[in-house]
Design a binder for this molecule. Sequence first.
Ligand code: CA
Length: 227
Amino acid sequence: MNERILVVEDEPTIATGLRDDLELEAFSVEVVDDGREALDRILEGQYDLVLLDLMLPGMDGLEVCRRARSKGLRTPIIMLTAKGQEVDKVVGLEIGADDYITKPFSRRELLARIKAVLRRAPDGREPGALHRFGDVTVDVGRCEVTRRGRVVDLTAVEFKLLRAFLDHRGQVLTIDELLREVWGPDAVLTDRVVYTHVNHLRNKLEEDPRKPRLIVGVRGLGYRFDG
Ligand code: CA
């Protein structure tokens, strides 16, 4: 799946140039030219990265960034600043932008920044193996699950259960196998504990937990992870 980048830029020639450059690098690109619309789109959490111009109609880039972060959104943001806006760069990083780049910039410089930010986790640590399914991303190394760009709060058991499913994508796992894998070979537990935690996980990850499409029940056997 191509990484999705939202370009927020109100100068048409720059916006078009960015789109062309990024599409050449096989990114999937959308462009908006207004700060308020940008915030709405960013909060949908469908992007892997946002290029955010500072001076925008509707709402300026700093305010867009600040509001997105205050709503818990972790999608990486690179601010686009013009020469002479150095003060704003510092403020931008303080309010949660991941990097900034000063116009005019070369295509090469921009791509290097984008790649660096995409490689990096929000707190600067390297991410572990990433699994994606639907609108969910699982960073196994960091034990972190995000859905539409927001952190999903999983308990340790729920995370272990999810990892067991990810290790056996598309295969049926029996209740006994899940008990062994998540709770260990010596745990004395009833099947009920598996049902309960599977339901918790479904509530947190499934689009419609009553009609699960990720963690699918296989009658008389157990569960299969179809994410
Ligand atoms: Ca502008």
